[in-house]
Write a protein that binds this ligand. Structure first.
Ligand code: HEM
Ligand code: MG
Length: 328
């Protein structure tokens, strides 16, 4: 199947989500769900195929329609999903775990790339907000224990909600403090913590997603009702509207930097429990070139030895992945 970057949608304003055609339908035992509350919610409402197996184009459409994620940002994330954990020949990825519908590419020299977005590495990584690190516990599914800790940070650092009475508002300050807490926790508890630059930045992007894609577009507020709806129940809240303008790469990186800069961190790993900062890649400080390079280092090197249709698809996806970073 030839992969083509779909056209940019012109309809990018505020909108009631879900519409009447996309009611919540709970996943069945054979439907794939995984570590992304955004994609799980979209699949539960049929914006993505309900079985949780999606193409590049379906992912871009769904995150645009449901959350107003801007086209190039959506394309880069979707490209990483298919290249890293899907099958670029048949243009499919599981948003959960390995599926017979997404076989690995033949002849992989460093193991199969398919395995679903729930497979550790390349996309799923450490210091998640509501999932444990691999080796420590369930790194795929929502965890009440972590969510309860998250809520204590909302209580401590959030605002009072003018909308829903006693529900508290998740602020940037909450994300600054909770993400830092999660890092310190895993630095102390996960002897194999992997927090190199790509994972560090992507994990802060995911914190920025919470305060920029989950709020109700009518008032830009995310209170604990809305937070719980997405994280715990993986459904759109009642009377929820997507944001009123597309959220793009620059906007999200700025928001992520704002969260990170409250407690700046250096990228690194725990080596047998000893925190070890990474040697600088290109520039010695956080740069998008380094983030992109580190993402590329994690992909299967066998992808570049491909030919024919697979080669064309890999090229299309690599270009979509590189575009927001401004690298070739
Ligand atoms: C986490 C994939 C779009 C919200 C993740 C993770 C993956 C993923 C693999 C797990 C990373 C980890 O270990 O923490 C994707 C892809 C997307 C996409 C491929 C687009 C094609 C979105 C959107 C939203 C979102 C549109 C919000 C509206 C989140 C959040 C987390 C996350 C909040 C962190 C969960 C946690 O830390 O517990 N995503 N995602 N994602 N995603 Fe997505
Ligand atoms: Mg994780």
């Amino acid at each position: 199947v030839k992969i083509v970057v779909p056209p940019v949608q012109s309809d990018t304003g505020i909108k009631l989500i879900p519409d009447a055609q996309h009611p919540f339908v709970a996943p069945g035992p054979n439907d794939q769900r995984g570590p992304c509350p955004g994609l799980n919610t979209l699949a539960n409402h049929g914006y993505l195929p309900h079985n949780g197996i999606a193409t590049f184009e379906q992912l871009i459409y769904a995150v645009g329609e449901g959350f107003n994620m801007e086209h190039d940002l959506a394309s880069a994330l979707s490209a990483l999903a298919i290249l890293g954990r899907g099958n670029a020949y048949i243009n499919k990825v599981s948003i959960g775990f390995a599926s017979s519908e997404v076989p690995p590419l033949p002849g992989q020299i460093d193991g199969p790339t398919a395995g679903g977005l729930g497979k550790h590495g390349r996309f799923e990584g450490d210091v998640s907000q509501t999932r444990f690190d691999i080796g420590e516990g369930d790194y795929k599914n929502f965890q009440n224990e972590l969510y309860d800790e998250f809520l204590t940070y909302v209580g401590r650092y959030g605002d009072d909600s003018p909308v829903s009475g006693n529900a508290s508002v998740v602020t940037v300050k909450v994300m600054q403090e909770y993400k830092y807490h999660r890092f310190l926790q895993e630095q102390a508890n996960d002897p194999n913590l992997e927090f190199s630059i790509a994972r560090m930045i992507i994990s802060y992007d995911e914190a920025a997603f919470v305060v920029n894609f989950f709020p109700n577009g009518t008032d830009n507020i995310i209170d604990t009702y809305t937070l719980g709806s997405f994280f715990r129940n993986q459904t759109f809240p009642e009377n929820w509207h997507r944001r009123s303008s597309p959220g793009d790469f620059t906007f999200i990186q700025t928001a992520a930097a704002n969260i990170l800069n409250a407690h700046p961190l250096v990228p690194g790993t725990n080596q047998k429990g000893v925190w070890t900062p990474d040697a600088p890649l290109n520039t010695g400080s956080v740069s998008f070139t380094d983030v992109h390079l580190n993402i590329m280092q994690s992909l299967s090197s066998s992808l570049v030895q491909t030919e024919g249709l697979l080669r064309d698809n890999v090229n299309t996806l690599l270009q979509a992945l590189a575009k927001p970073f401004g690298v070739d």
